[in-house]
Design a protein around this ligand. Structure first.
Ligand code: PMP
Length: 397
């Protein structure tokens, strides 16, 4: 079966990135030949598969400053978030630490396990946000009580691209024993993210957000808390029984290569993406289109609290549903891929204080490694044409 790829310009990188051709080159031979079972150490096929997995584990560990034995491969960030939160739940209860601090702008794969943990007797406090969508170190720390056992805060928001001040939060809980989990699915390869420097205890990663394959991700678990994690699935002895199951060798090799490439091109790429971001807005400004960026923006203060590749943008009085219909040749979304199909106003924008109407006037444009200046100019042109047409129709009505 072949997927008929539309000729649209792809502006939905936050939902999933294309496979980097270098990643595909690493994966192809492993898919083309039988790669063996990385746990079958008694035969050469298994040993070869294990070598591939070991190398990838090192590459993933290296990009976040972890040890290879602290990386647990999963099916993606959703599973990693579930394993981190549900996996530590019993331990927290045993310690009498049933209070958790998090934020309302987290991804559904954090919010849903937290809701389950609430039903299971935990008490979850959602910290207030700054109106720019950032968590605030002091506001998060304000929620911490003597019963707090866990803080779960994402590094980068998938709808707005806003970066959270993880270092402020970490500094406030140093030596308290509070476990710090970070969903870094949108951060890895986009901003420097080092678990050792940041003092993070668990971190969630996903390959298909960094030009790796869909269907694989990882949970980093600091060595000395691994014994407190209860597996969600029970099976063989793979990955210290924390995440059993036969390892998908080709996917893992692709993830490793994606991390290697990400580490290589972090700094220059960020500047290039920032230039594309600026270019898009300049094109809109030039055409006289009114818009507002949702979330912290460049120049709001001296530190850039947003990634340049995700732009959440509101066109006043233009419904995003109309734009989905009217903008020609561009693949984009109205929010997170995981909630967009419900067509409800975004929970992230809602938490930032936007009205349902403002939320319904907002779209998410996300781009990346394969986006060119020409693409950005064409996308801007498509938006300008669509918005002018919608405005003309509204004026005529
Ligand atoms: N967390 C964040 C911040 C995300 O952006 C996503 C993907 N939209 C996920 C978790 C879930 O990732 P996956 O698709 O790998 O399960």
């Amino acid at each position: 079966m072949s997927l008929q790829m539309p000729q649209h310009i792809y502006m939905d990188y936050a939902a999933s990135t294309q496979l980097d051709p270098r990643v595909a080159d690493v994966m192809a031979p492993l898919l083309g030949q039988f790669s063996g079972n990385a746990s079958s150490m008694q035969n050469p096929h298994g040993q070869a598969a294990k070598r591939v997995v070991d190398q990838a584990r090192e590459q993933v560990a290296q990009v976040i400053g972890a040890l290879p034995e602290e990386i647990f491969f999963t099916s993606g960030a959703t599973e990693a978030n579930n394993l981190a939160l549900m996996g530590i739940s019993e331990y927290l209860k045993q310690q009498g630490k049933t209070h958790i601090v998090s934020s309302r702008t987290e991804h559904a794969s954090v919010l849903m396990p937290l809701a389950q943990m609430q039903r299971d007797g935990h008490d979850v406090a959602f910290s207030d946000l700054l109106s720019c969508g950032m968590a605030d170190g002091a506001l998060v720390l304000n929620e911490v009580t003597p019963q707090t056992g866990l803080i779960s805060i994402q590094a980068v928001n998938n709808e707005t691209g806003v970066i959270n001040p993880l270092d402020e939060i970490r500094d406030g809980i140093k030596d308290t024993g509070v476990i710090f989990h970070v969903d870094a699915a949108q951060a890895m390869g986009k901003i420097p993210f080092n678990v050792s420097d940041l003092g993070v205890d668990m971190a969630t990663l996903s390959a298909h957000k960094v030009y790796g394959p869909q269907g694989v991700g990882a949970l980093y678990i600091r060595k000395d808390i691994q014994r407190h994690i209860m597996p969600m699935m029970h099976g063989g002895g793979q990955q210290g029984m924390i995440r059993p199951g036969t390892l998908p060798v080709a996917l893992i090799a692709g993830f490793g290569e994606a991390c290697r490439i990400a580490a290589d091109c972090l700094s220059g790429e960020r500047q290039r993406l920032e230039n594309l971001n600026t270019l898009f807005r300049a094109e809109l400004d030039h055409a006289g289109i009114g818009y507002k960026i949702n979330g912290h923006d460049y120049g709001d203060d001296s530190r850039n609290w947003r990634v340049p590749n995700i732009m959440n943008i509101r066109f006043p009085e233009i419904e995003n549903e109309w734009l989905l219909e009217a903008v020609d040749g561009v693949s984009f979304s109205t929010g997170s891929a995981c909630s967009a199909h419900g067509n409800k106003p975004s929970h992230v924008l809602d938490a930032m204080g936007l009205s349902a109407q403002e939320s319904n006037e907002s779209v998410r444009l996300s781009f990346g490694r394969f986006t060119t200046e020409e693409d950005i100019k064409q996308v801007a042109q498509s938006f300008v044409t669509a918005i002018n047409a919608i405005t003309a129709l509204a004026d005529a009505a």
